[in-house]
Design a protein around this ligand. Structure first.
Ligand code: BG6
Length: 473
């Protein structure tokens, strides 16, 4: 629909950006921090340094001053579970509490609203050794951990996110360290882990509502529109299959407290159904466990066609070599209507509006975008200049579509692109940059880690200043 007049972003719209602890903080074993699966895993160790990353742990004051200079209204960051509990449970590490207290206070000094993700891929390694999310005790450890976070920080933190991209963790479990890539029956294991994570999330949300009635909490999956490759009816069914398996399985449980029917039928067909113990569905269906809003990450749409029922259904996409396609369910296709980033991710701003509409139609909850952005090989030019016009174009096109979605009736209350400042990409090291601020380092040569404002820094500052009215560069 074309509108003759655009609805504005609300006066209190939360403009900001995001980071995650293991990609940004560094100090991986300092001040009592224990190891996480991301520290110990082999996801990208060979291609980059993950121990120092952007050294934010030691540089947070300068970093937050830069966010304040851009005029941030909010900043989404994650807490490293292993800074609070080095072994996942047991004694609290006071230095971890101190660090996040200082970080939160520094944000509030500049009137930047903190948004805290409690778990962004970095499960404590000690819990992993005891079976990780396959072990139901991890649910109790998680609830104990969030209880400590709420009691220390909820006096100043209003917005909380439970689990970052649970759906990506389950769909690409070996890549994110949930299962051993060589283990058998990985999917069956992963869907049991998924059930446990859903229980952990429900209990964490319920607890939050009991002890922080004035705060807000929600999940943070990666959600995207899935297109059928053609108008063939069988392609439409394939797109619905993937939409249910990738998107609704997670959000229907969070919001409605039920397993999505199509996703459940898929689990049954494949033999992946989790064991559901007595009492589990009561926990999942508890009205107090319902989120107050949905946060979601969006980078690209996906396109699929009907399965051919043979091995060719399973292909790969993009730089992460993620498989897209499953025999008897759907096959991944590239979309000829879309351009791709140098890392092979399709760029689809209109798909962003579609995704916002779909989420609104289905759940009628307020929405916030907690990741959206362009990974690129930025070049530092003479005079400390980074001309990242491609990033400005990407973000501008997405913000325009977000505004159209607001016109469609979507209750969008914030936009936090990825990432505030350069950090280490999960799979592609630090050559793949996302930030508004360049961090001067290479994969293994840490150089001086100096912060350098990119062209997009100045552009985003103006976007925020004008509350999204001036998107010109
Ligand atoms: C999201 C994650 O999946 O995508 C981030 O929440 C990640 O942690 C981001 O960095 C971009 O992916 P990548 O592989 O380019 O770093």
């Amino acid at each position: 629909m074309n509108y003759s007049k655009l609805k504005p972003f609300s006066d209190h719209f939360l403009w900001g950006a995001s980071t995650s602890a293991y990609q940004f903080e560094g100090a991986w074993n300092e001040d009592g921090k224990g190891p996480s699966v991301m520290d110990m895993g082999n996801h990208a160790k060979d291609i980059s340094d993950f121990k120092v990353t952007s050294n934010h742990y030691h540089n947070y004051k300068e970093d937050i001053a830069l966010l304040a200079e851009m005029g941030f209204k909010t900043y989404r960051f994650s807490i490293a579970w292993t800074r609070i509990f080095p072994h996942g449970t047991g004694e609290i590490n006071q230095k971890g509490i101190d660090f996040y207290n200082s970080l939160i206070n520094e944000l509030l000094k500049y009137n930047i609203e903190p948004i805290v993700t409690v778990y962004h891929f970095d499960l404590p390694y000690a819990l992993h050794l005891k079976g990780g999310w396959s072990n139901k005790e991890t649910i109790d450890a998680f609830v104990n951990y969030v209880d400590v976070l709420y009691s220390h920080f909820s006096d100043r933190v209003k917005y909380w996110l439970t689990i970052n991209e649970q759906n990506m963790m389950i769909l690409h479990g070996a890549a994110i360290g949930l299962v051993n890539p060589n283990s058998k029956n990985q999917e069956k294991t992963l869907y049991q882990q998924n059930h446990h994570m859903l229980l952990a999330q429900a209990r964490a949300i319920k607890l939050f509502h009991e002890i922080c009635p004035s705060g807000k909490i929600g999940p943070a999956p990666n959600i995207t529109a899935i297109y059928p490759a053609s108008s063939k009816p069988e392609d439409i069914i394939a797109a619905m299959n993937l939409t249910s398996i990738r998107n609704w399985l997670y959000l229907d449980m969070a919001v409605f407290g039920t397993y999505n029917d199509i996703a459940w039928s898929y689990l049954e067909e494949k033999g992946y159904t989790p064991i559901i113990e007595e009492g589990d569905m009561e926990i999942l269906g508890d009205a107090k466990a319902k989120p107050d809003f949905i946060a979601f990450n969006y980078y690209a749409s996906s396109t699929v066609s009907a399965s051919k029922n043979d091995a060719t259904d399973k292909g790969t996409i993009g730089d992460q070599q993620l498989s897209l396609g499953e025999i008897g369910v759907y096959r991944g296709e590239s979309n000829p209507n879309l351009e791709k980033t140098p890392f092979g991710w399709e760029i689809d701003p209109i798909g962003f509006r579609t995704t916002l509409r779909e989420l609104n139609d289905r759940y009628h909850l307020p929405l916030i975008v907690t990741e959206n952005g362009l990974g690129e090989y930025d070049k530092l030019e003479a005079g400390d200049v980074v001309n990242d016009d491609y990033r400005i174009n990407y973000l501008r096109d997405h913000i325009q579509q977000a505004q159209l979605a607001i016109g469609d009736g979507v209750q969008l209350f914030g936009y936090c692109p990825w990432s505030a400042i350069d950090l280490v990409s999960t799979h592609s090291g630090c050559s793949k940059r996302y930030g508004f601020v360049f961090v001067n380092r290479d994969e293994h040569d840490l150089k001086d880690l100096k912060r350098i404002k990119k062209k997009s820094f100045h552009w985003y500052k103006k976007v925020i200043e004008t509350n999204g009215k001036d998107l010109s560069s």
